[in-house]
Every structure is written in C-alpha cells, then in structure tokens.
Design a protein around this ligand. Structure first.
Ligand code: HEC
Ligand code: HEC
Length: 191
C-alpha cells in the first residue's frame, strides 16, 4: 500500500462512519465521497485508482452495480457500493460521465511497445469493441489515457481471476503474457 492508499482508506473509513453515502441528498454531496479517492478534479489521488470523470455512463453504472452485487470485488468500492441504491448509481454514473476526461499526461509508448500492442489489437480486435481512438461507448469503457498502473492491474486481474465480471475479457486476457499486458497498458495509458 502506498501512503496515498492508506490516507485514502482512512478517508473512506471516516466517510463510512459518518454515514455520508446513506444520508447525502444532492448529487454533489454523493459525489463528494468519491472525490476523496477519484480526485477533486478528475485526477485520482493514487495511481491504482481509475479515472472516472468522462468515463462512459453505461459502463460506470454497470461497475457500481457489479461491486454492489459482488460480481466485481474491491475493498474500497464494495464498501462504497453497498450504501448505494440503483437510482444513486444511475445518478452518479450520469454525473461523472458528463465531466470532462482529465489528461494524466502519461508519455506515449515507445515505437517497439506500440508495435507490440498494435499487433495484439490487430489479432484480438480490441477496437471492434473499445472503438477507434479507444474511446469506448455506452457500456464499453474508454481506455485511452486511463492510468497506467490501474490498466496493468485490472488486465492482470481479468487474466488471473481477480476480476470476473466480464467473461469475454477474462477469456481474452487468459491468452496474454505479462509482457503483452505491459505493452497494452503503456500503449493505452499514453493515448
Ligand atoms: C477509498 C477510495 C475510493 C472511494 C471513496 C471511491 N472509489 Fe471508486 N474506486 C476506487 C478504487 C481503488 C477502484 C479500483 C478498484 C478495482 O480495481 O476494482 C475504484 C473503481 C471505481 C470504478 C470502476 C472504474 C473502472 O474503470 O472500471 C467506478 C465506476 C468507481 N470506482 C466509482 C466510484 C464512485 C461513484 C464513488 C463515490 C460514490 C467512488 N468510486 C468512491 C477507490 C475509491
Ligand atoms: C467483445 C468486445 C471486447 C473486446 C474484443 C475487447 N474488450 Fe475490453 N472490455 C469490453 C467490455 C464490455 C468491458 C467492460 C467489462 C465490464 O463490464 O467489467 C471491457 C473492459 C476492458 C478493460 C477494463 C477497463 C476499466 O476501466 O477497468 C480493459 C483494460 C480492456 N477491456 C482492454 C481490452 C484490450 C486490451 C482488448 C484487446 C486485447 C480488449 N479489451 C478487447 C469489451 C471488449
């Protein structure tokens, strides 16, 4: 755990003890809880936390639903989703999807790494679902410019059984080596 993750976990504990998710009324109050980790202006406070500002609405909603149902598991997010009802999740998804995507300023992948990632994309057809420019659509997530460390970790989780909420992604990632995942993560982070 990094220092930020620990600070973040304390912030979460304090918020949960205060009962904020349950009592918050306005969307701004509900979203304030999220800012403790996902950032005040779209830049997450820790590199293992994904950007959600500007992410696609249907995708955001499905992830919150999956955390609540236990189909996707994470210590922080499972606790957060526990306190949310369907209308809250819909409202939060619409709220964050309408925010601008914030560039993290990650470097473009070097040519050999980009070539490796593009070769994988050509055979797997990632962009058939994640769309040209990796912007995603509706329930398919945007990948362009997502945090490097998060991309690396979530792809490894699909592959190794830590994230099972999408059978297609699990089956696909199973065929990849660490070096494939590293190339894809660097390539996507730098888009
Ligand atoms: C204590 C820190 C913390 C708080 C507070 C928090 N999150 Fe998260 N969130 C995370 C982490 C860490 C992940 C990545 C978890 C994983 O790998 O499954 C995440 C993942 C997500 C995802 C999945 C994104 C993706 O690209 O798959 C969504 C959606 C999300 N959070 C929404 C929210 C919303 C909405 C709130 C407020 C109601 C919130 N989060 C509050 C830490 C937090
Ligand atoms: C058949 C359509 C399809 C194809 C092909 C596909 N994906 Fe996905 N991908 C999805 C969907 C849908 C999700 C959201 C899964 C969920 O709801 O958890 C996803 C999720 C992801 C995520 C997680 C994003 C996040 O914010 O957590 C990554 C990373 C990803 N895909 C990378 C890839 C890569 C790299 C390829 C090609 C090697 C690829 N995908 C091919 C449909 C696809």
């Amino acid at each position: 755990m990094t220092r930020q993750t620990i600070a973040c976990a304390f912030a979460l504990a304090a918020l949960l003890l205060a009962g904020l998710p349950a009592r918050a009324d306005t969307i701004e109050e509900k979203a304030a809880v999220c800012a403790a980790c996902h950032g005040e202006a779209g830049v997450p406070v820790d590199k293992s936390i994904p950007v959600i500002w500007g992410q696609n609405e249907g995708y955001l909603y499905l992830q919150l639903r999956d955390y609540k149902l236990g189909n996707r598991k994470n210590v922080s997010m499972s606790a957060i989703a526990e306190g949310l009802e369907k209308p809250d999740m819909k409202e939060l998804a619409a709220y964050f999807a309408a925010k601008p995507w914030t560039a993290l300023g990650q470097p473009s992948a070097p040519d050999d790494v980009a070539h490796h990632a593009e070769t994988i994309d050509n055979s797997a057809g990632c962009k058939g679902c994640h769309m040209a420019d990796w912007q995603g659509d509706s329930t398919t997530p945007r990948l362009a410019g997502q945090g490097l460390q998060y991309l690396r970790e979530t792809m490894a989780q699909f592959r190794d059984g830590g994230r099972t909420n999408n059978p297609w992604m699990v089956a696909l990632l199973k065929t990849y080596t660490d070096s494939d995942i590293e190339a894809l993560a660097k390539y996507l982070a730098g888009r």
